[in-house]
Design a protein around this ligand. Structure first.
Ligand code: FES
Ligand SMILES: [Fe+2]
Length: 436
């Protein structure tokens, strides 16, 4: 459980809040590139870290991210015209470039005025189909983000944005909770559950397809320079030669709210980016060594149900009005009554309410990584509030990958990870002490 004070500290992300200042030290996804599909296309209203913004792509194809409201008399620039390398407010025609500079003020001709006024703007970096924003102090701007999925061809990667109406942390916690995979996702993880038999799901793209039937994995956690690695080790019986095997799933937690979930053939890099305290944009970037079909991933995630989701506005419509989309009459064959990984995960987080009251929880050892996630975030909030720096803002993440492998039982799971250790001896498999 968390105290009420710590729960407030870790959940509130608006301007000038401690956790909001943590998020503002990293590049975060602001929207998909496909939401600004071409030069001078329609502007996009955004909520990001509790701020109202407008994104637009100018006549050169460069993306700008400005305060939504015009600095003149505060009309929304999201109604403006995107033209001639800028965005023009409809009300009195003031026009701004991607850097926020005033280019034109038709109702005032003071010669120096354009230099005195500026729309608030944030730096933008576009890569891998995502528009990234940095909203922190300019002198702390990290290098552009570097993730492994940025190094695969576009055909080997698909990205989704899903706007969910609850706080980022309850969504993020679901990613560090290996023991729910074989239960909530029973249909995908243990397809024989109805007959009480374990039949492995052969779909190598599905992150909920468990290799073995073990819902009480051994969990360990190792601090890194980007956050931590979280491993779940499941006993896998003997191979053909009689050697004991184990299945290892390692999920990297990357500050401030990112995880990489493995499947045997892919990595699902998931960003829980707060829109405000009570809504979150979940970005799911799936990448592989081979081409991936978007429609296949949509089906795995359950994004192919038009009642719940559309690529057009990216809003997620699972509510109690439709019982979260649950089909109870189908629950003899479908364990959850829901259709896909995202439907199941989002339903659990949404069912907690907009911000869950963590003073009422009863945690067990299977919640080890959830506890560690909260601790690292709370300590980052306290560090930044005390003028320190959070971990990982400058880390190159291009070799950080999730692991899902079945290996001989005498292997250390740490050997399967590419480093980033902060503790000497970690790579040799020496046990960590108290997690970060
Ligand atoms: S309110 Fe935008 S130009 Fe006047
Ligand atoms: Fe899940």
């Amino acid at each position: 459980m968390l105290s009420r004070e710590d729960n407030e500290l870790v959940c509130r992300i608006g301007p000038r809040t401690p956790m909001g200042e943590v998020f503002r030290r990293y590049w975060v996804p602001a929207c998909l590139s496909s939401q600004l599909p071409k030069k001078d296309s329609d502007p996009l209203r955004l909520r990001l870290l509790g701020e109202s913004l407008v994104a637009f792509r100018d006549s050169n194809g460069v993306v700008g991210l400005l305060d939504e409201l015009c600095p003149h008399r505060r009309a929304s620039l999201a109604l403006g015209r995107v033209e001639d390398c800028g965005i023009r407010c409809l009300y009195h025609g003031w026009k701004f470039g991607v850097d926020g500079r005033v280019q034109d003020t038709p109702n005032y001709e003071g010669p120096k005025f354009k230099d005195r006024v500026k729309a608030r703007s944030y730096p933008v970096h576009e890569a891998a189909g995502i528009v990234w924003a940095y909203m922190g102090p300019p002198e702390k701007t990290p290098p552009p983000p570097r993730y492994a999925f940025m190094d695969v061809p576009d055909t080997h990667r698909v990205a989704f944005r899903i706007n969910v109406k609850c706080n980022y942390l309850q969504l993020a916690e679901g990613g560090f909770d290996s023991s729910h995979v074989g239960i909530l996702h029973s249909n995908m993880a243990r397809p024989g559950w109805m007959a009480k038999e374990f039949t492995p799901n052969p779909d190598v793209l599905n992150p909920a397809a468990l290799a073995v039937d073990d819902n009480a994995p051994d969990l360990e956690l190792e601090p890194t320079d980007f956050g931590f690695y979280y491993s779940a080790v499941r006993i896998a019986g003997k191979d053909a030669s009689g050697t004991e095997q184990m299945n290892v799933r390692v999920v990297p937690f990357i500050m401030p709210s990112t995880r990489i979930i493995p499947s045997p053939a892919t990595g699902f890099t998931v960003f829980e980016t707060p829109m405000d305290d009570e809504s979150t944009s979940t970005y799911i970037v799936v990448s592989a060594d081979v081409p991936i079909e978007r429609s296949k991933i949509r089906t795995i995630l359950g994004l192919d149900d038009p009642r719940l989701y559309s690529d057009t506005d990216c809003n997620w419509h699972q509510t109690w009005d439709s019982n979260m989309g649950q089909n109870r009459s189908g629950m003899k064959e479908n364990w959850s009554g829901l259709g896909g990984v995202q439907q199941e995960d989002a339903a659990m987080s949404l069912s907690m309410g907009p911000i869950v009251d963590r003073t009422e929880e009863h945690l067990v050892p299977a919640d080890l990584a959830v506890v560690s996630l909260r601790r690292i975030l709370i300590s980052a909030a306290k560090a930044v509030a005390a003028a320190g720096d959070p971990v990982g803002a400058n880390t190159d993440l291009s070799n950080v990958r999730a692991v899902d492998r079945t290996v001989s039982a005498d292997t250390s799971w740490r050997e399967l990870c590419p480093g980033h250790w902060v503790r000497s001896g970690a790579a040799r498999g020496e046990k960590a002490g108290e997690p970060a």
